[in-house]
Design a protein around this ligand. Structure first.
Ligand SMILES: C[S@@+](CC[C@H](N)C(=O)[O-])C[C@H]1O[C@@H](n2cnc3c(N)ncnc32)[C@H](O)[C@@H]1O
Length: 204
């Protein structure tokens, strides 16, 4: 069996320049989510696991805070975007109960996090949404059948790609579901990664 740690450096040591093909595709999906959400100038945006600021430019007209634990990513993000970025391990972050956001983006982050911590973080993030705020999650699906997307999901640096039913279950435990939509990331007409887009709000 292949030792994934041997081919994947620890997340905190990834160089910003290593963020290859997948990032542009993840950004396109996030951009679509932002477009659909029609966020406005007063909206407060939290970008969880923001990486090197891949999605930051979509929020040039809003209040914005990006959080990531990789200092090299944040260095690049600050240089490029001049916005607020917080260096923190989100699974250990004690988020202040007073903090409220209208739009929380979690793009390709949770497949790096074990399930108990995903549950804890989701519940915290839900509590940080404003009454009419939304959380937008895009993440990597582990397909059931042997295929290229399954192989690529297994090779990903994130150790926790999950089957679609598992994502659905985990999201719905802490949030009200508005959209749960699988979609493919393709190149040259072939599906390389299977993804899911979730839009939800705090439990009423
Ligand atoms: C696949 S990247 C996605 C980055 C960005 N959201 C994007 O769309 O390009 C996952 C990000 O999660 C960050 N990350 C992983 N575990 C983390 C943790 N426990 N706390 C904070 N950030 C974490 C990594 O540093 C990386 O930037």
């Amino acid at each position: 069996m292949m030792n994934r740690q041997a081919v994947a450096p620890a997340a905190t040591t990834w160089g910003a320049g290593e963020y290859e093909l997948m990032a542009t595709k993840l950004d396109a999906a996030a951009e679509a989510a932002v477009r659909r959400a029609e966020i406005t100038i007063d909206d407060r945006v939290l970008d969880v696991g923001c990486g090197p600021g891949t999605n930051t430019s979509h929020f040039a007209h809003t209040q914005y805070l990006g959080v990531d634990h990789n200092p090299r990513y944040l260095e690049q993000a600050r240089r490029q975007h001049g916005r607020d970025f917080l260096a923190a391990d989100v699974s250990k972050l004690a988020l202040t109960p007073a903090a409220r956001f209208d739009f929380i983006l979690v793009n390709s982050f949770f497949h790096h996090i074990d399930t108990p911590n995903v549950r804890r973080i989701l519940s915290q993030l839900g509590a940080m949404l404003t009454e009419d705020g939304h959380i937008h999650i895009l993440d990597l699906v582990l397909p059931a059948r042997t295929s290229i997307p399954r192989l690529l999901a297994r090779m990903d640096r994130g150790e926790y790609p999950r089957p679609l039913v598992e994502w659905k279950q985990i999201f719905s435990e802490s949030l009200e579901t508005e959209i749960f939509e699988p979609y493919p990331l393709t190149a040259l007409g072939a599906t390389l990664w299977e993804m899911v887009y979730f839009k939800g709000r705090r439990m009423q």
